[in-house]
Design a protein around this ligand. Structure first.
Ligand code: ADP
Length: 250
């Protein structure tokens, strides 16, 4: 590839603010985001870090179209999601966005493959068997798909959760502390797969994490402080993330 070729931007945030009303009359409320600009390139693995209360969840909810910013714009693959009606935003989430949760959120009555296929089924979409086969094989869960979540380890459940998130080939996968519930070895497998999905499938992944080891798997770390981007690291290592977090704490 020509080095001057620009990688397309999958998610673009411009001047994003979010205030929550706190109820008191003249009270300005809580300003959770105070003007965030962010470009997330196609196929990037981005980690979002920052102290508790810095706005990570609010930013992720706005970027994923779960919540609407107070001002500013967010585009996903050139669609301005801040201009969409509630209904169209719901459709866009279903069709273009995958979610991975700390607590997996699998349905206990369904086996692995039923869980993976559920969002597609709800959307009335036909699965792409070749794509699903690539994902399931890269996640090493091919022999676990007939099992229900209670018959799987935490790491296996999370890998099923990731297959579910990727099943519809979304524009972007948002992962909220995906390794927060896992032992170190299972966490590593999950992070290695997330990184693999960006390299091999050109999947764009945004992960919120507290863990500098988890963040070191990303290509880039964005640090939030008081609702603003206060810094970023390219090609992070556990040590560089720890160092930057230390500086942030002063
Ligand atoms: P983080 O994920 O980094 O811990 P959050 O995005 O959850 O940060 O919160 C940012 C700020 O917004 C905090 O001060 C928090 O108390 C406030 N906040 C978050 N959600 C709400 C809400 N629904 N109503 C009122 N305040 C909120």
């Amino acid at each position: 590839m020509n080095t001057t070729t620009l990688t397309p931007v999958t998610v673009r945030a411009r001047g994003v603010t979010k205030s929550y009303a706190t109820g008191g009359g003249a009270d300005a409320g809580v300003q959770a985001l105070r003007g965030v600009d962010l470009d997330i390139a196609e196929g990037a693995f981005l980690a979002v870090m920052g102290p508790s209360g810095s706005g990570k969840s609010t930013l992720m909810h706005c970027l994923a179209g779960l919540d609407r910013p107070t001002s500013g714009t967010i585009t996903i693959d050139d669609t301005d999601i801040t201009a969409l009606s509630e209904r169209r935003r719901t459709d866009l989430r279903r069709d273009r966005i995958g979610f991975v949760f700390q607590q997996y959120h699998l349905l206990s009555e369904l086996n692995g493959s039923e869980n993976i296929l559920l969002p597609l089924r709800l959307a009335g979409r036909r699965p792409d068997p070749d794509w699903l086969e690539s994902v399931v094989s890269a996640l090493h869960i091919g022999d676990q798909l007939h099992r229900r979540p209670s018959e799987l380890s935490g790491g296996q459940q999370q890998r099923v959760g990731i297959a579910r998130a990727l099943a519809a080939r979304p524009a972007v996968v948002f992962a909220d502390e995906p390794t927060g519930n896992l032992d170190a070895a299972s966490g590593r497998d999950v992070l290695e797969f997330l990184r693999h999905s960006t390299r091999e499938f050109d999947q764009t992944v945004v992960m919120v994490t507290h863990d500098p080891v988890a963040a070191s798997y990303a290509d880039r770390v964005v640090l939030l402080l008081d609702g603003r981007v206060s810094g970023e690291l390219q090609a992070p290592t556990t040590e560089s993330v720890l160092g930057t977090l230390r500086e942030l704490r002063g």
